[in-house]
Design a protein around this ligand. Structure first.
Ligand code: AMP
Length: 172
């Protein structure tokens, strides 16, 4: 198993009972592990023409920014409501209990831009689906999604229906 994977920690019962939280902070704190993780995230996309990485708040930023730098493309943040100035587009999505929303700036990308969505963990897939909705509202072309880790038994991949590949650097 790669060293960067060994630096991801399982935290039982966080943020609530029954959830096993995948904590990437020890990995981020280790420069060699962090660099190897970004390399693993970038590797499948190096031959894909991409204009921008769309990274999802907040841990998606920690991976998306270095990934965009690595691929030599721009970064578009997808944020929780109320954080981005100017005109924004919003997408609501269901959580296990209740609802949440993500926003992107309406002028973030020219129509037709080729974007790669990035987050740390794919769980039920609702977050990534909402981010894809935002990219489509911007008339961007979603070339794929990159996550560091996929929790396969939660079935998030089934909500990613569509032609663009969804690639996980690690599926435990
Ligand atoms: P989901 O929308 O259910 O796919 O959840 C994905 C989002 O929630 C990502 O932004 C993750 O950072 C976070 N997340 C969900 N489950 C976990 C988990 N078990 N460990 C760490 N992060 C998680």
């Amino acid at each position: 198993m790669a060293d960067w994977i060994q630096r991801i920690r399982d935290v039982p019962d966080f943020p609530k009972p029954g959830i096993v939280f995948k904590d990437i902070m020890p990995m981020l704190a280790d420069p060699a592990a962090n660099a190897a993780a970004i390399e693993a995230l970038a590797a499948p996309w190096r031959e894909t023409p991409i204009d921008a990485v769309m990274a999802i708040e907040a841990r998606g930023f920690l991976l998306g920014a270095p990934l965009a730098r690595e691929l030599g493309v721009g970064l578009v943040p997808v944020r929780k409501p109320g954080k981005l100035p100017g005109r924004v587009i919003e997408q609501r999505y269901a959580l296990e209990y209740g609802e949440d929303a993500l926003q992107v700036q309406a002028d973030a990308l020219p129509p037709g831009s080729r974007v790669l969505l990035v987050d740390d963990v794919l769980a039920t897939g609702g977050t990534l689906a909402a981010a894809r909705g935002l990219a489509e509202a911007l008339q961007a072309e979603v070339v794929g999604a990159a996550v560091l880790l996929e929790i396969a038994f939660l079935g998030g991949r089934s909500r990613w229906n569509g032609g663009a590949p969804l690639r996980a650097a690690w599926v435990p």
